[in-house]
Design a binder for this molecule. Structure first.
Ligand SMILES: NC(=O)c1ccc[n+]([C@@H]2O[C@H](COP(=O)([O-])OP(=O)(O)OC[C@H]3O[C@@H](n4cnc5c(N)ncnc54)[C@H](O)[C@@H]3O)[C@@H](O)[C@H]2O)c1
Length: 391
């Protein structure tokens, strides 16, 4: 047992420690946003990337609204010299919540890209549930080791075709700094590696493994998360190397759906403040402008995840686009929202950035990813950092 007063120390948007009580409170806040339904059956779900961002929201929405059973997989660090990662603490809190609502939900901490992880997870799935109704794939990773070739792929956040520049938001001692950041052109090799990390290959392998083990229940449906975003983020995202990976993911959905017994779709989620998105230049500025324009109209990951489950279970009709993707981002991409964001983006200078964008909100949201700045938490009090991974 180790109790410590934990302060946010780090660089940029990365902190070295996370706050267990803050993370627990975040999970509690998420569960409180969900109104329960009383489903006839308890669906079995496998969520890859369950500790953070959209995967966490999907896990909690499924637990709270539809009483799902199943398994969540994520890759987090245990407490050692530093605290555990925030996802570790959020997982402990999510597991405790699952127990209170009577769900049998297991959490596995392992590299989802490894075949050994797939084998272990599917053993557990077979033993406990006999099969799976839903696979939600919400991984965001900077690299992937392909266990079949031992190759390590690194993803790149670069432009395709021609170099670009983007305005970007940073902070100096809590004060917003508007920067101009260059976006380099990705080489073909870098694009291919990014596709290997964030494209659909690993998602496919999960479906292959489930199929081989005959673990797909009737009506099996799988969803992987994708992003489109605005013209403002186009050069760094959708038209860039990450966008190439997302295009591959979307093509993978079409391939998977051509198999018997598999319904595969991508869901296009809206921009959100997560550990993954805050690492992409320009996205922080874009989201803080979006929040300035929309206020509470900015649909949170939890609101979108509730909508996703309502659509998956048939409670609401599927909202698909012409490419068959589930659209949870329509609120972000309306013409008037985009026009208002663009005006502010063009207007933003170092002198007015604090007024033009919701920079305080964004700063606090980033800190909340690590359990800091969460209302109701006493940050002067020592907190127990040695929290066990749930068994
Ligand atoms: N954040 C956004 O604005 C946004 C918008 C639309 C779509 N998306 C998509 O949502 C998905 C999730 O992104 P996020 O923003 O929620 O990210 P996140 O950083 O909040 O979460 C990533 C999750 O992946 C897990 N993970 C990473 N590497 C892993 C590995 N090797 N094995 C097992 N688990 C691993 C982490 O533990 C964590 O649970 C991505 O596909 C992303 O492109 C994000």
């Amino acid at each position: 047992m180790t109790e410590r007063v934990i302060k946010p120390v780090g660089r940029g948007f990365l902190f070295l420690d996370s706050h267990p009580a803050g993370c627990e409170q975040i999970v509690r806040g998420l569960t409180e946003q969900v109104e329960a339904r009383t489903p006839q059956t308890r669906p079995v779900a496998l969520v890859i990337g369950s500790s953070s961002g959209y995967g966490l929201a999907a896990t909690i929405a499924g637990l709270a609204r539809y009483g799902i059973d199943g398994i969540g997989v994520s890759f987090e660090k245990a407490p050692a010299r530093r605290t555990a990662t925030a996802g570790w603490y959020r997982t402990a809190a999510t597991a405790a919540y699952a127990e209170t609502v009577g769900s049998t939900f297991h959490f596995i901490n392992a590299d989802a890209f490894a075949d050994t992880t797939k084998a272990d997870v599917l053993d557990l799935l077979q033993e406990k549930f006999g099969g799976v109704d839903y696979l939600i794939y919400s991984v965001a990773a900077p690299r992937r080791v392909d266990p079949r070739t031992d190759t390590t792929y690194q993803s790149a956040i670069k432009a395709i075709g021609q170099a670009a520049e983007t305005k970007s938001l940073a902070y100096d001692d809590g004060q917003p700094v508007l920067q101009e950041v260059g976006i380099e052109v990705a080489t073909d090799e870098e694009i291919a590696e990014t596709v290997a990390v964030m494209g659909g290959e690993d998602w496919s392998r999960w479906v292959d493994a489930l199929e081989e083990r005959k673990l797909l229940k009737d009506g099996f449906t799988t969803v992987a998360l994708t992003y489109i975003g605005s013209e403002l983020t186009g050069p760094i995202y959708r038209q860039g190397s990450i966008g190439a990976a997302k295009a591959h993911l979307e093509a993978t959905a079409r391939d998977l759906s051509s198999r018997d017994g598999v319904h595969a779709r991508t869901s296009v989620n809206g921009a959100a403040v997560t550990q993954a998105s805050s690492a992409i230049p320009g996205i922080g500025l874009y989201v803080s402008l979006l929040h300035k324009v929309l206020g509470d109209g900015l649909q949170t990951p939890m609101q979108q995840s509730i909508s996703l489950w309502d659509q998956l279970t048939g409670e609401k009709p599927l909202d698909l686009d012409e490419d068959g993707r589930i659209r949870l981002d329509r609120w972000e991409l309306t013409d008037d929202v985009q026009a208002a964001v663009r005006t502010k983006w063009d207007e933003a200078t170092q002198d007015n950035i604090a007024e033009v964008a919701d920079t305080v909100w964004f700063y606090e949201e980033v800190r909340r990813l690590y359990g800091f700045d969460v209302p109701g938490v006493d940050y002067e009090a020592p907190a127990e950092v040695d929290v066990e991974w749930p068994t």
